[in-house]
Design a protein around this ligand. Structure first.
Ligand SMILES: Cc1cc2nc3c(=O)[nH]c(=O)nc-3n(C[C@H](O)[C@H](O)[C@H](O)COP(=O)(O)O)c2cc1C
Length: 222
């Protein structure tokens, strides 16, 4: 076995000014208001969480609610790396939140969740993931009516502040996956993480090689 030591992250001496990727968009869709029920205890949600592998169609309201409770930006603060640090429902190393969530479905457009204004942005041009990704997902777990959540990391955001930042990004991906699994259960949605990363398809989205796949999950109605 080859264990790749990702090394201990540490603050780099001089923070770099990072200019984020600009996404190619063709359309912006405002999500409906989230609908949150508070009936269940955290204990019952945790006890009932399972990976569930059959999926009905996710409504826009369900998509809105899970993204709102997991990924939206709650607060922003100016930082020394040229991009704001943020508070979101999930934790992130350095409050940098380097992972974008893309939402896709066979024969439908791909969207990126805009955490600032709770919209989904339809991707176009070279920023649309290859249909080969669907083929790969299907080989791992046939998605049925599921939506695919694709985690796309923008690592240089974190490298602007930390050296040896790779493991921070992977741990952010794990935090996000675990959080989504619990929120999905609380909303009685079916959710299953997949072992694939989204590579090499995500790397192809940006010619400057600033985006990398760090996870895939399927989500749908129960
Ligand atoms: C990182 C990660 C990758 C996973 N990959 C897959 C996968 O490719 N296919 C699948 O059917 N389940 C996958 N799972 C789900 C696990 O199989 C599941 O969590 C495990 O069997 C325990 O079941 P539970 O989630 O219902 O408790 C993955 C889970 C994690 C956390």
């Amino acid at each position: 076995m080859l264990w790749i030591d990702l090394k201990n992250p540490c603050l780099n001496g001089e923070p770099k000014q990072y200019e984020p990727v600009i996404w190619e968009l063709s359309n912006i869709e405002v999500l409906p208001p989230p609908v949150v029920s508070t009936e269940q205890s955290i204990e019952s949600i945790i006890n009932s969480r399972r990976s569930r592998r059959d999926f009905g169609l996710l409504t826009r309201e369900q998509l809105s609610t899970i993204l709102w409770l997991s990924c939206r930006t709650i607060e922003k603060k100016i930082s020394d790396i040229g991009i704001p640090i943020e508070r979101r429902p999930v934790a992130s190393s350095g409050a940098i939140h380097p992972i974008h969530v893309l939402i896709g479905k066979a024969d439908s457009p791909w969207f990126r969740y805009n955490t600032d204004n709770h919209t989904i942005e339809e991707l176009c041009g070279s920023m649309v993931p290859s249909t080969n990704l669907f083929t790969e997902v299907t080989q791992v777990l046939p998605p049925g009516d599921a939506s695919i959540l694709l985690f796309v990391a923008e690592p240089e955001k974190v490298f602007a502040k930390y050296d040896n930042a790779n493991s921070l990004i992977w741990r952010d991906a794990g935090v996000l996956l675990g959080h989504l699994a619990i929120v999905a259960e609380s909303l009685k949605l079916n959710f299953c993480p997949l072992g694939i990363t989204g590579e090499p398809w995500v790397s192809n989205l940006d010619k400057q090689n600033r985006l990398f796949g760090v996870g895939v999950a399927l989500i749908g109605a129960r």
